[in-house]
Design a protein around this ligand. Structure first.
Ligand SMILES: [Zn+2]
Length: 412
């Protein structure tokens, strides 16, 4: 926020959304604005449909005097679309602005088919999901996409992804926005009835790494007070997402957390072309390969997940060994970041893997780094990436500066 007495409507919205000031009096106090100016700013937010009076009725004012009406973010004025791509499977959803899933679909979609096909297909999924959720395409304020590779968040393009052939540098934002427009075009014309064919505004698309967005979704929904949160996704590959002080920590090139390709000194060939990567010996894919070698049919992380769920002893033994490999690397991660929560997610997340992680982690890391550390499994499960992708879009669009621009564009 800018100086005291200079808060914009966007700043006020931020205070209300984060629950830091939810009455007119509290907003005056927090910003130093006069009662009249707070009123003007709030009027703009009401006219945009972004704010509403709380259902709880008046509360006692912190300044004394008349009880105040509480204000809240109106999460029904738009919806968000989100999708989470895994190597062979994808999920997509329509969400409210506060992260509630209104309609959801999961299905087969192979990233190796390339971005044109995959994103075109996703456009169709979104169109169907909107119908299912009972919302119109023009109610969509943005799209968030989680991908299994490193992302340059400035451009929304993936950078040399080891397991996404054909996606390097591809214009994901442009293609997905176009796919969405093409698949929903017939609907947007209906009902407006003005006859003036306004050029369709391209819906904003935000792209980020899947482990980052899973971490973001899980931290916000389950551990909002944890200032250093690490999530490790162990599926076909291995990646970590780091959330520090409520924001995704990406590093200078979006490469933070890409722990799957740390060399751990084995000679197994990795999908990235190198030998001895952590992912080559401890991912769901690596465990599946070991199982297949001993005659147990498994070809992917999700096959291993099924075997673990069925209590298969060989799968559990290999998952625990993989956990130890990952735990060894995580000892360094934990020592560097001193997180409050280390969450294990993905196909291998379960008792056996967690046991292995804990064995090595507590053995290798300094006691001080792990004294207050919770090692846990995912709470949102397969929905974590969707929830994180939705939240990324909302935080981007309603951040104070962006909110101000959008209010002006709405003419309020
Ligand atoms: Zn590798």
């Amino acid at each position: 926020m800018t100086g005291r007495g200079q808060a914009s409507a966007g700043d006020l919205l931020e205070l209300v959304r984060k629950g830091r000031a939810t009455t007119r009096g509290a907003l005056q106090e927090a910003t130093g604005l006069s009662r009249a100016t707070v009123g003007q700013r709030l009027d703009r937010l009401f006219r945009a449909g972004w704010l509403r009076e709380g259902a709880g009725g008046p509360v006692d004012s912190p300044l004394g005097g008349r009880p105040s009406i509480t204000l809240e973010f109106d999460d029904a004025h738009a919806v968000v679309l989100a999708a989470d791509l895994d190597t062979r499977h994808a999920r997509a959803a329509v969400l409210t602005l506060t992260g509630e899933i209104l309609a959801e679909h999961g299905g087969t979609l192979a990233v190796e088919d390339g971005p044109d096909v995959v994103l075109g297909e996703l456009g169709g999924w979104f169109a169907e999901l909107l119908v299912k959720a009972g919302h119109r395409p023009d109610e969509v304020c943005g799209i968030g996409l989680a991908v299994p590779g490193p992302v340059d968040s400035e451009t929304g393009r993936v950078v040399q992804p080891p397991i996404m052939p054909g996606w390097d540098g591809y214009d994901i934002r442009g293609r997905l926005a176009r796919a969405f427009r093409e698949r929903t075009d017939t609907d947007t014309g209906a009902g407006t009835g003005t006859g003036t064919a306004a050029a369709p505004t391209e819906v904003p698309v935000l792209v980020d790494n899947d482990a980052n967005l899973m971490a973001y979704g899980e931290q916000r929904s389950g551990y909002p007070d944890c200032s250093a949160f690490v999530l490790v996704k162990v599926s076909t590959g291995i990646g970590a997402g780091v959330v520090v002080d409520g924001s995704i920590f990406r590093g200078v090139d979006g490469g933070a957390g890409d722990i799957g390709h740390i060399r751990v000194g084995a000679d197994a060939l990795c999908r990235c072309g190198s030998h001895g990567c952590l992912a080559a010996v401890a991912s769901g894919g690596a465990v599946a390969r070991r199982l297949a070698e001993s005659g147990i049919p498994a070809s992917s992380g999700s096959d291993v997940r099924d075997l673990l769920a069925a209590g298969h002893p060989a799968a559990a033994a290999l998952a625990r060994e993989a956990g130890r490999r990952v735990g060894d690397v995580l000892a360094t991660v934990v020592t560097l970041l001193n997180p409050g929560v280390l969450m294990i997610a993905g196909d291998l997340a379960g008792t056996a893997f967690l046991t292995g992680v804990r064995e090595l982690l507590y053995q290798r890391a300094l006691p001080r780094s792990t004294a207050r550390l919770d090692v846990v499994t995912s709470r949102l499960g397969e929905r974590a990436g969707l929830v994180g992708a939705g939240a990324l879009v909302v935080e981007h669009l309603y951040a104070p500066e962006r909110a101000e621009e959008r209010l002006l564009a709405l003419g309020v």
